[in-house]
Write a protein that binds this ligand. Structure first.
Ligand SMILES: *[C@@H]1O[C@H](CO)[C@@H](O)[C@H](O)[C@H]1NC(C)=O
Ligand SMILES: *[C@@H]1O[C@H](CO)[C@@H](O)[C@H](O)[C@H]1NC(C)=O
Ligand SMILES: *[C@@H]1O[C@H](CO)[C@@H](O)[C@H](O)[C@H]1NC(C)=O
Ligand SMILES: *[C@@H]1O[C@H](CO)[C@@H](O)[C@H](O)[C@H]1NC(C)=O
Length: 508
């Protein structure tokens, strides 16, 4: 069923082609028909088999040895089983590989062994049973030589170590899946990064969200930012300075994550890097609003991405879309607390960034810093083309609509003339309440934003604890398709007079 969904909308894997046309807007829509599908079989109390499959004794009992090959009671000469359609997928329960699931024994080896066995069998299942808590250290479920379409059935809880020794000098991720063809994480389970030990150690050079500069409290004695967790008393760091992402997929095709909860990550919760065909739905991400840099879902270099029906609460962007992403469709998201949904930051340190064909719709945001935002650094190149933000319901959001082409999370940044070019940025039905400024469009002097359209914008002020501002626009060209509340007169209608063309080098 999910694969069918992919067939409907995937197919264009070209990197960063300039998509000048507007026709992409008409061609979307298949995902709306995707029915909610929750995992249906979770073997309660039966640790040894996935719910639906026939009883079959897992043949391996020796955790310390390389696990033997699973018994093949599938007809040998016939083609390999296709997916789990037959209900015959071979299962590998981590408990059979020596995992204790008691929340304190180190189960890393057992997970490694279960994976090594599952890797050899197409459409096999790794079972992480419910009612157990598995302490698992940093681990890579690595796949260049694995069979396709492995399912990671996660119904139990996986927790991260909180002692610094487990992390060596610092790692970029905790649970990593790499170079797989068809990998699914399904179930009702929980991935708990137990990040509070890392948040307390937030180093001084952790990036601070640039937009906080725009948020001026009325009462200057109030703290500028939500109170950060208190640094360790002696200024001694107990955890490494590099903080891991909880769950990361790298270089994989056809990745699905559904049903699970990811909470309290030291840093980002869920990251897709260089993946093609990503499906995420009915997941939950949860961390405190003041936990530093705990983005919900981070997309980078990934194409054909569909994310829907998920609840994201964290201390940074609920979803962040980075360079190299195209054909991304996100809908039915609850976001908050957090910093909203962002494209960027792009073009840091003079890099080229390419992002195109992004749709974000049917989102509810409550008590977030930003609503929908595009942020680029000065000095970058490349482009963001074809973005639709539609039906975004905001309540008590500080800055609902933001384009910031002067992004700078350090103290000062040099003025530079090159920029990531923004065009075809469409906002429709953005409604609700704001507490600082309804619209902030700060576009590049040298490459103004073009084809910015606003339709049915209705944003009402709520004076809480911040100075309120009128809409702001700088070098922003486009169209107001309906009257807006408040009036956004600062958008310049039409095209910029001397619309500088990007050099070929800058084109995506
Ligand atoms: C990914 O899924 C699609 C749709 O099911 C399929 O056509 C394609 O072959 C898959 N790609 C890989 C590399 O498995
Ligand atoms: C300003 O904030 C401080 C500390 O929160 C509080 O004690 C004071 O009463 C506030 N003043 C006003 C005018 O709200
Ligand atoms: C844009 O992305 C959607 C998926 O979100 C896809 O269906 C559509 O074909 C893409 N449009 C273009 C022009 O690639
Ligand atoms: C950058 O340009 C802005 C606007 O022209 C100006 O106000 C600011 O002082 C400049 N900053 C630097 C560091 O040159």
């Amino acid at each position: 069923m999910l694969l069918v969904a992919f067939l409907l909308w995937s197919s264009n894997f070209e990197a960063c082609n300039a998509r000048r046309g507007r026709h992409w807007r008409q061609r979307r829509g298949p995902s709306g028909s995707l029915a909610k599908k929750k995992g249906k079989n979770h073997g309660k109390g039966n640790y040894h088999h996935s719910g639906g499959s026939k009883p079959k004794s897992p043949p391996h009992k020796a955790p310390s040895l390389p696990p033997p090959k699973p018994k093949e009671d599938l007809p040998a000469p016939s083609p390999p089983p296709k997916g789990s359609n037959g209900g015959h997928s071979v299962t590998f329960n981590v408990l059979d590989f020596g995992a204790k699931g008691d929340g304190s024994s180190d189960d890393t080896q057992a997970f490694q062994a279960a994976w090594a066995a599952a890797c050899k069998v197409e459409a096999s299942k790794v079972i992480v049973p419910s009612a157990s808590i598995f302490l698992v250290g940093p681990i890579s479920f690595s796949g260049p030589y694995c069979q396709p379409n492995i399912v990671f059935q996660l119904d139990g809880t996986i927790i991260a170590p909180t002692n610094s020794k487990a992390w060596g000098g610092g790692l970029f991720q905790w649970l990593e899946f790499t170079k797989l063809r068809g990998i699914s994480i399904l179930g009702k389970g929980v991935i708990d990064g137990r990040g509070s030990v890392w948040w307390q150690d937030a180093p001084f050079d952790d990036p601070v969200d640039d937009e906080s500069k725009l948020i001026i409290p009325l009462n200057s004695t109030l703290e500028k930012h939500p109170p950060m967790p208190i640094r360790s008393q002696l200024g001694m760091r107990t955890m490494p300075s590099i903080k891991p992402t909880a769950l990361r997929f790298y270089g994989s095709v056809n990745v699905t994550v559904t049903g699970i909860t990811i909470q309290s990550s030291p840093q980002f919760h869920l990251k897709f890097d260089s993946c093609m065909g990503v499906l995420v739905h009915d997941i939950s991400i949860s961390s405190p609003g003041n936990s530093p840099n705990t983005d919900g879902i981070h997309l980078q270099n990934s194409k054909d991405v569909l994310i829907y029906s998920s609840t994201l609460a964290c201390g940074d962007d609920c979803i962040s879309i980075q360079t190299g992403c195209s054909n991304v469709y996100i809908h039915n998201i609850n976001c908050g607390p957090g910093h909203g949904i962002s494209i960027g930051s792009l073009g840091k340190d003079g890099t080229k960034a390419c992002v195109s064909n992004i749709t974000i719709r049917d989102v509810i945001m409550h008590n977030t810093m930003n609503g929908v935002r595009i942020k680029t650094w000065q000095g970058g190149s490349g482009s963001v083309q074809g973005v639709l933000f539609s039906n975004i319901q905001v309540s008590e959001v500080q800055l609902p609509i933001v384009i910031d082409q002067y992004y700078c999370d350090k103290r000062t940044c040099k003025n530079q003339s090159s920029a990531v070019a923004l065009s075809g940025i469409n906002y429709e039905r953005i409604r609700g309440t704001y507490t600082v400024k309804p619209v902030h469009f700060a576009c590049s002097d040298s490459l103004p934003c073009v084809d910015v359209t606003l339709t049915a914008i209705e944003l009402k002020p709520l004076q809480e604890q911040y100075h309120l501002y009128n809409p702001f626009c700088w070098q922003t060209f486009g169209e107001l398709r309906t009257p807006t509340v408040p009036p956004i007169d600062c958008v310049q209608i039409g095209k910029p007079p001397n619309n500088r063309v990007q050099s070929d080098y800058d084109l995506c």
